[in-house]
Design a protein around this ligand. Structure first.
Ligand SMILES: [Fe+2]
Ligand SMILES: [Fe+2]
Length: 204
């Protein structure tokens, strides 16, 4: 009998299937639960600005999800759909690109070096960025196909609408999971050490 290869760690913590961090990556969030974040003395301007970007991503995701649902259930006119969708989706994709670059190149290396016990979590978050980028590409492609199909026959329109809903739904779901887990890993580290000691403080 062949033994089934066991799932690798990264597969277990795959963005599409995980529901939060395992215990060994909860060592700091266990000490600094979310209820303590707001108003904490060590929650400096870097963390506040960074969290506000996450709030913006969640709001954009909600608006894009609502627009898509309204278009698909007929409460948003087809002519109005591109005007509602395109600027928001464009902005989300652009801003996510910038945000992930700053995290991958600047913040993650600092945080990874600061706390060995969380290093694996940053590998997972970096992997998330790759998964999210694949979903962003699929969302952009299917959105463009749907926009073209708005002036075509009904069968094509339905097929393109389904494909876009599936791609964008996957993107938004993964993104929300990622934002939550990223905050659960990073904010407790900032509260534990302080932004100055970590070398991430905003100055000037
Ligand atoms: Fe991220
Ligand atoms: Fe982020």
């Amino acid at each position: 009998m062949l033994e089934k290869p066991s799932a690798t760690d990264t597969e277990i913590l795959d963005l599409a299937s995980r529901s939060g961090w395992p215990d060994d990556l909860r060592v700091l969030i266990a000490r600094f639960p979310r209820e303590q974040w707001e108003g904490h003395a060590n929650l400096g301007s870097m963390a506040q600005f960074w969290l506000s970007r996450h709030v913006m991503f969640r709001e954009l995701s909600g608006a894009i999800g609502d627009t898509t649902a309204q278009f698909r259930n007929g409460t948003l006119a087809a002519a109005e759909f591109p005007r509602q969708l395109v600027p928001r989706l464009q902005f989300l994709l652009q801003q996510l690109n910038v945000h992930h670059q700053i995290e991958d190149l600047h913040y993650f290396p600092i945080f990874r070096a600061a706390e060995d016990r969380l290093a694996r979590g940053f590998d997972v978050l970096e992997g998330d960025h790759h998964a999210i980028h694949a979903d962003m590409a699929a969302t952009a492609d299917t959105a463009n196909a749907l926009l073209r199909a708005l002036s075509g026959d009904n069968d094509t329109l339905i097929r393109c609408s389904d494909a876009y809903a599936k791609a964008s739904g996957g993107l938004l779901k993964g993104l929300i999971r990622h934002l939550d887990d990223e905050e659960d890993l990073i904010v407790p580290l900032i509260l534990d050490r302080g932004e100055d000691a970590l070398g991430v403080a905003h100055h000037g």
